[in-house]
Design a protein around this ligand. Structure first.
Ligand code: PRP
Length: 180
């Protein structure tokens, strides 16, 4: 275990099982449709990479990137679109792929943005959900795991751009982010 980690919430093995289960549900729901998986950079890359390989159906993949919140660890203000999709999703079935939904602000902006593009359908797959921190209501169609209100890192999730490469989801020791 990484020395900055207090506790592992999801082991690599548990994540594999969650991703496989979610992929099964998505594959069944989209068996007659070819979804466009829209990964939200940067955090969702690890989850998206595993999810797309677990899906036995044809998919397209694209990415968007929003500006991060200024203070790094809490979700406060406005976000801006830094990287847009590379191709049109008009008439397509968009499945937004997020690593975590916290306040819901990022997702709300993204959903509003996607709704302007005349998509055929719009749904959300989030590996982690932290409902205790929600500021705006968002509908999650596929959720892997509900996390407590703690600072979680790993499997794509960062603190100050670090820990994304940990193969598990873990709670960071408070002294690590308090010291910053
Ligand atoms: C994280 C995560 C979500 C967002 C969720 O991204 O990947 O996109 O925060 O938080 P919210 O529900 O409070 O909006 P972050 O802004 O940290 O950028 P990153 O993906 O590059 O780490």
């Amino acid at each position: 275990m990484h020395p900055d980690v207090k506790e592992i919430l999801l082991t690599a093995e548990q994540i594999r099982a969650l991703v496989a289960g979610m992929a099964e549900r998505i594959a069944a729901d989209y068996r007659d449709r070819e979804p466009v998986l829209v990964g939200v950079l940067d955090g969702a890359v690890v989850f998206l990479a595993d999810l797309m390989r677990a899906l036995p159906i044809p998919v397209r993949v694209d990415f968007v990137k929003w500006s991060s919140y200024a203070d790094g660890s809490s979700s406060s203000g406005e976000v801006q679109l830094l990287k847009d999709l590379s191709f049109s999703v008009e008439g397509r079935h968009v499945l937004v792929v997020e690593d975590i939904v916290d306040t819901g602000l990022t997702l709300r902006y993204l959903m509003e943005n996607m709704e302007t593009r005349e998509v055929a359908s719009l749904a959300v797959a989030a590996l982690l959900d932290k409902p205790s921190r929600r500021k705006v209501a968002v509908k999650l169609d596929y959720v892997g795991f509900e996390v407590p209100d703690e600072f979680v890192v790993g499997y794509g999730l960062d603190y100050a751009q670090r820990y994304r490469n940990l193969p598990y989801v873990a709670v960071l020791k408070p002294e690590i982010y308090r010291a910053a």
